[in-house]
Write a protein that binds this ligand. Structure first.
Ligand code: FPP
Length: 238
């Protein structure tokens, strides 16, 4: 695998193309999501070697509820299974797992597993893996505004103290640095409501590969391209 010295600290990924990957093989969409979950494991494991300290992945958006009931239920089962099966290895790999998104609409059994995994890995110091589940950037900003308005109402925050430095403290990502690089697989060039506030200065890379085909090798190549771009931006003009 290509090793990279990229100064990339936080990578965020929109894992797109599971459905098409399955359809290309004449299989149900859920088969693609399962293949996608296997790729998640590989990419998380590659992070320490690639110098990626923070990895944030878009697993389920606030818009994804519009999919068929079969697909939504299958995805929820897959998330539960992933957490149950992967908790011990994520712990052993020293990963610290967090979830962002609105938990209110998620089933209690899933929320319990999410809370449990966050707690289990809370003291870990390796890769910071953040999984966006029932996440939407606009929804996150609206929820943050609601919490902020509550603090103002309670007299805990003066309106003149609301700035672009203080506002992000109310976002789900308040403990995370902003992403340096956002990758979207499957050839679509959209950000689809992902980390809207946080990605203001991020680099974007849109990759044709479908998510279930996105190997650690391809990930390393994408990071290499990022580091070249980054170096060029940092150059002092002659
Ligand atoms: C987008 O592909 C993908 C999703 C909506 C789900 C992402 C979920 C996974 C990768 C599964 C595993 C995740 C974890 C955290 C275990 P799509 O279905 O929109 O693909 P399409 O555009 O080809 O239809």
């Amino acid at each position: 695998m290509t090793q990279t010295t990229a100064g990339v600290n936080h990578v965020a990924i929109i894992m797109d193309g599971n459905g098409r990957w399955a359809q290309n093989r004449g299989r149900p969409r859920l088969v693609g999501h399962h293949a996608g979950a296997r790729r998640v494991k590989e990419i998380v494991r590659a992070c320490p070697d690639l110098g990626v300290k923070y990895l944030t992945i878009f697993a389920f958006s606030t818009e994804n509820w519009k999919r068929t009931q079969t697909e939504v239920a299958g995805l929820m089962r897959l998330f539960k299974r992933y957490i149950r099966r992967e908790a011990q290895s994520l712990f052993a790999e020293n990963a610290r797992v967090r979830f962002i998104g609105d938990r209110v609409r998620l089933e209690p059994a899933l929320v319990d597993l999410m809370d449990g995994l966050e707690l289990l890995t809370a003291e870990n110091t390796g890769t910071n893996l953040t999984i966006a589940l029932n996440y939407g950037g606009r929804d996150e900003v609206a929820r943050a505004a609601r919490r902020l308005a509550h603090d103002v109402e309670m007299g805990k925050l003066a309106p003149r103290k609301i700035t672009d430095q203080t506002f992000p403290r109310y976002l789900d990502t308040h403990v995370l640095p902003d992403p340096d690089l956002v990758i979207r697989t499957s050839g679509e060039a959209r950000i689809s409501n992902f980390l809207l506030w946080q990605s203001a200065y991020a680099e974007y890379q849109f990759i044709d590969t479908l998510w279930p085909d996105f190997t650690a090798e391809i990930f390393a190549q994408v990071l290499d391209r990022y580091s070249l771009r980054d170096r060029r931006f940092g150059a002092v003009p002659a």
